[in-house]
Design a protein around this ligand. Structure first.
Ligand code: ADP
Ligand code: MG
Length: 248
């Protein structure tokens, strides 16, 4: 995929031809200097924005060809997002924010809030259920955003520095939660991080520079967390696949 932002006076080539295939259940860490295209890659993968050229295939669906309403439903049901700037709704409590994807998808309010509370407890916020975002620290808001991304059991988690504001204990807890979701239900994780401790728990580390993949490495086996490998999918063509189109 390529992505060019056309501003009034300048064109920014944020992605200059990225071709990446991610397997179901894989944990891919995306690293690279500021401005190298990490957030752009994540946004395009989640079809929050369209590539300038190239195609995006997620879970066997060509997202570039999907009509908007179908795309919105696909995102709601299959994808979980943690944005760099949380995007929590200021008037809702932590529990309501965490339950939001379920509420939007028609889950009865009581059940949605139960699941919101449950997942907030899992990320260590059992004592903050009724706080509004402005009453929470940055790290706590980040964990609410992560809870919201996971509450509806997405197939793929796209997370932009989800542990950036966390101390190492809270960060490790989040990674344990992700490992569990990967082992239990094959959750696929694409995670932007600057943290070496986080990246080395990934299956692969994709390093971007100037809108291109500079390197892809596998962390040394002995350094990796001991996660049982996810069950291979019975369906062919699953996983996130980003392929650049032939330029006509
Ligand atoms: P990273 O997340 O690695 O810091 P980004 O993907 O946010 O990098 O940005 C890559 C490049 O694209 C940067 O030069 C940035 O200024 C530019 N960019 C990102 N988003 C936009 C946008 N919406 N409009 C114009 N330029 C953008
Ligand atoms: Mg970014």
């Amino acid at each position: 995929m390529r992505k060019t932002y056309d501003l009034a006076r300048v064109r920014v080539d944020a992605l200059r031809g990225v071709d990446l295939t991610v397997e179901q259940g894989e944990f891919v860490a995306i690293t690279g200097p500021s401005g190298s295209g990490k957030s752009t890659l994540l946004h395009l993968t989640g079809a929050l924005d369209l590539p300038t050229s190239g195609t995006l295939n997620v879970l066997g669906e060509m997202l570039s060809l999907m009509p908007d309403d179908a795309l919105a439903a696909f995102r709601r049901r299959k994808l979980g997002f943690v944005f760099q700037f949380f995007n929590l709704l200021p008037t809702l409590s932590a529990a309501e924010n965490a339950a939001l994807p379920l509420l939007l998808d028609g889950t009865p309010r009581g059940e949605a809030l139960d699941r919101g509370r449950e997942i907030l407890t899992r990320v260590g916020l059992a004592d903050r259920l009724h706080h509004r975002p402005e009453e929470l620290s940055g790290g706590q808001q980040q964990r609410v955003a992560l809870a919201r991304a996971l509450v509806a059991n997405p197939r793929i988690l796209l997370a932009d520095e989800p542990t950036g504001n966390l101390d190492s204990e809270a960060g490790a807890r989040i990674l344990d939660l992700l490992d569990e979701a990967r082992a239990q239900r094959g959750l696929t994780v694409l995670l932007v991080t600057h943290d070496h401790e986080v990246a080395r728990r990934a299956d692969r580390i994709v390093r971007l520079r100037d809108g291109l993949i500079e390197s892809i490495e596998r962390p040394v086996e002995s350094e990796r967390a001991l996660v049982p490998p996810p069950q291979p999918s019975p369906l062919r063509g699953e996983g996130v696949s980003l392929r650049e189109d032939e330029v006509p």
